[in-house]
Ligand binder design. Structure first.
Ligand code: 9J3
Ligand code: ZN
Length: 316
């Protein structure tokens, strides 16, 4: 029997704004309604104003972002979590769902995250609360066996999303049309497999990905490939770079190469991975153009960025 979701992560003391977004959105909503009413009375078509912005995009969640907010250890939403036993599911190995505690902002997009070869969910668990606190339901999964290959990990990511949106205790909190995939190493290779086989996915982020398939022209999902300059297990020259380079040039795609990093950099909390992942997921799962400022113009090389390539998101 499935237990209801149980908040076991308290609102972080470092997130005093945990209840702010709802009140901000309520004010914004009322203001937008007032603007709409006034415009109707005045016979105006559209009235450009900051207050009308939220109404333009029904998927926008949370306050306007800043560089500090996307670099923060936690975003504006307090996060709860619930465990999914491997015995309760088929097609993947169970996992942990991290989700915004509040239901007052409506539904959220969702992301499944796969670990790499020999790894378990603990190897990518830092992404759970980090991304969920920005306004996503995040499912960090275990695979059926730790030795599963990328194609299997891709199928397992999709099985996990299907469970999450159709059967999980948090399914009512998710907008099932706004889904994404991430993964480390063979899990990153799996996220490319998942996107290739399910074009409805809205975002993919392979982290130091590994795959024997080097070419991904079939992918139509906006994809951010993250490589590490010091990766000797999935060297960027034979993995992340050709993966990125083989994505259609017409696709919203980007390549972030971490500086001073290894194959295992994505296995612990990393602000560069987090800030560009948050920006990518917000931009393409939430259609939130407020995050374009962090993706475009392209980030410049820095202490943490060896190289960044991409085509700035076209459709704003
Ligand atoms: O998931 C990974 O870390 C893939 C790298 C690897 O161990 O490949 C060797 C088969
Ligand atoms: Zn291929």
């Amino acid at each position: 029997m499935q237990q209801p979701p149980h908040p076991i992560v308290a609102a972080s003391p470092s997130s005093p704004t945990g209840s702010a977004p709802a009140s901000v959105r309520r004010r914004t909503g009322r203001f937008a309604a007032l603007v709409t009413a006034l415009a109707a009375v005045a016979g105006l078509g559209t009235l450009a104003s900051p207050g009308a912005h939220a109404a333009d995009n029904p998927y926008e969640r949370g306050p306007a972002p800043t560089n500090a907010s996307i670099e923060a250890q936690r975003g504006p939403y307090a996060v709860s979590q619930t465990t999914v036993s491997s015995l309760a599911v088929t097609g993947f190995g169970g996992g942990t769902v991290y989700y915004p505690t509040s239901t007052s902002d409506g539904t959220f997009g969702a992301i499944a995250v796969s670990p790499g070869y020999t790894g378990t969910q603990s190897s990518i668990s830092w992404l759970g609360p980090r991304l969920a606190s920005q306004g996503f339901v995040v499912f960090t999964i275990d695979t059926l066996t730790t030795l599963d290959q990328p194609d299997s990990r891709g199928r397992q990511l999709l099985a996990a999303l299907d469970y999450l949106t159709q059967r999980s205790a948090v399914r009512g909190r998710i907008d099932s049309a706004r889904l994404g995939v991430m993964g480390h190493s063979m899990g990153g290779g799996g996220s490319l497999e998942a996107a290739k086989s399910r074009p409805s996915l809205q975002a993919a982020i392979p982290l130091t990905p590994w795959n024997t398939d080097k070419t991904w022209p079939e992918v139509t999902t906006p994809t951010l490939v993250v490589g590490a300059d010091g990766d000797t297990i999935a060297p960027v020259a034979t993995h992340a770079e050709p993966f990125y380079g083989s994505l259609p040039s017409s696709l919203d795609r980007a390549y972030l190469e971490l500086n001073g990093a290894t194959h295992f950099t994505p296995n612990s909390s990393n602000t560069t991975i987090a800030k560009y992942s948050v920006s990518w997921l917000k931009r393409f799962i939430d259609n939130d153009t407020r995050y374009e400022q962090f993706l475009c113009p392209l980030p410049q090389p820095s202490l943490t960025i060896e190289e960044y390539r991409g085509n700035c998101p076209h459709t704003s």
